[in-house]
Design a protein around this ligand. Structure first.
Ligand SMILES: [Mg+2]
Length: 266
């Protein structure tokens, strides 16, 4: 069988061959980052949605036997549930692997009371710095929070990022600090998307995993891939991924190609 992407899209032959092999497996886990991968980046994270073609392909894949589709995101599970477009029984990894939902009611708690107190103290210390920078805001996360600077003047954003990082590490040297696109995130529990991917693999025991992501934190998931898996970098940034696509439109195309190949497998 030769896979045929829609005209006008650009998936390279190596990626098409990898999708073809992956589509033929009995048990396939498709694990996808959300923002910048399924959904184009937007200023208001609450308005992010998967591209319609990606959403439709995911629904087709979910309807097939032996096909698991999971989202693996830096968002909290609450936020990912709100924007992710998947039903309650879909597996979701939130907060970079810290929050794990295998299905509705089947979740792993992220933090304890001592963790919550630590986050509260740190947030109280950084909030005035964030409030003093126009456009910056704090997103609460299960084991910490993120300081967002997407709509902040670039020089002010850089200054704020440095200031909150220094203040946070002075207050709580054991913190995990993680840089993302236009944000810096502080956590009192460490987990990565690689941990999330390993949890999914252990639970669902797929023959192989396909993972796609665009951000630096997705490299942890790509590092957790094994021989036979398919790793895809979205966008131009450096990556250890074996494959690359340009952006969310190409991710939608590859999911459509995968869905068609898996449907054809019968
Ligand atoms: Mg992303």
């Amino acid at each position: 069988m030769t896979l045929d992407p829609a005209p006008g899209t650009a998936l390279d032959p190596g990626l098409l061959a990898a999708i073809e092999r992956f589509a033929a497996l009995d048990r396939a886990l498709v694990a996808l980052d959300f923002d910048g991968t399924l959904a184009p980046e937007v200023d208001d994270p609450a308005r992010a949605r998967a591209l319609p073609d990606a959403q439709q392909a995911i629904e087709r894949l979910r309807a097939l036997p032996g096909t698991i589709v999971a989202l693996v995101s830096g968002r909290s599970l609450e936020s990912l549930t709100a924007v992710g477009g998947l039903p309650d029984d879909a597996p979701l990894i939130g907060s970079h692997g810290l929050e794990v939902r295998f299905a509705a009611g089947d979740t792993r708690p992220a933090v304890d009371d001592a963790d919550r107190a630590r986050v509260h103290a740190l947030r109280a210390r950084l909030a005035p710095l964030v409030a003093a920078t126009e456009g910056a805001w704090i997103e609460d996360k299960p084991a910490g929070f993120a300081v967002h600077t997407r709509v902040v003047d670039p020089a002010a954003a850089a200054a704020l990022t440095e200031a909150v990082r220094a203040e946070a590490l002075a207050a709580d040297p054991g913190l995990t600090v993680r840089d993302g696109k236009n944000l810096v995130e502080f956590s009192v529990r460490d987990a990565t998307k690689g941990d999330g991917l390993r949890a999914l693999r252990a639970r669902f025991a797929p023959d192989a995993v396909l993972f796609a992501g665009d951000d630096v934190t997705d490299e942890d998931a790509l590092e957790a891939l094994e021989p036979g898996d398919v790793g895809i970098k979205v966008g131009p940034a450096p990556s250890i991924a074996a494959h690359r696509v340009a952006g969310p439109a190409e991710v939608a195309t590859l999911l459509q190609v995968l869905a068609a190949a898996r449907e054809a497998r019968g």
